[in-house]
Design a protein around this ligand. Sequence first.
Ligand SMILES: Nc1ncnc2c1ncn2[C@@H]1O[C@H](COP(=O)(O)OP(=O)(O)O)[C@@H](O)[C@H]1O
Ligand SMILES: [Mg+2]
Length: 228
Amino acid sequence: MVDDPTGKPVVQTFALTKCVSTGDDQLTILEDINLKVNSGDSVAVVGASGSGKSTLLGLLAGLDVPTTGKVQLGGEDIFLLDEDARAALRGRILGFVFQSFQLLPALTALENVMLPLELMGAQDAQTAARELLQRVGLGMRLTHYPRQLSGGEQQRIAIARAFVTQPQLLLADEPTGNLDSATGAQIIELMFELNRELGTTLILVTHDEALSARCASRIRLAAGRVVD
Ligand SMILES: Nc1ncnc2c1ncn2[C@@H]1O[C@H](COP(=O)(O)OP(=O)(O)O)[C@@H](O)[C@H]1O
Ligand SMILES: [Mg+2]
């Protein structure tokens, strides 16, 4: 959101609106959202529960379709692309971290982190995944399954999985929401370290004051509109 005339926006939205029909009524979940997030920026998305934060992230990722308006990701108008091209763009540019970790339970830590690289057809997924798991402090847990790990450890794996493709943009939806505050603080530290080391742009949805204070800028949503 910092208006750097030399910086290229990683993601930009134009009059983004999302409505859903609920029986007879039309519910407006997001209305006229215009955002520009530049490379290397860190943005906190805050607002009450139900204000539209998760819906906004889903639209930025092209996982959900807007009613009107557009999203440009890496300069491409994502809703003009077909499903396959959009998925390929997402794989190239985006990493995700969710509140509920979303690891695949039947895969080990190492296999979970290798997966996005394998889906991209990358060479030597295992080496890159091992290195990143070591980087997040889980080098001794490579062959453990998610159920054998604590919440904080699972979120570290999810972060390693999100960063392993070296995404330009990391989207995180309440990444500390299921963690105690000490573990959450370690996860925040880790995301910002990786942000600095890899130059990743961060957009974080959060209720966590400590997390939002670490971001360079903040967007506040209320009833589907940007109010601040
Ligand atoms: N597919 C849907 N159909 C109907 N209502 C929805 C749908 N998706 C989200 N909503 C509603 O839109 C509002 C915003 O949801 P959400 O983006 O999840 O908010 P937040 O993440 O800020 O808590 C909520 O009131 C939610 O119930
Ligand atoms: Mg949400």
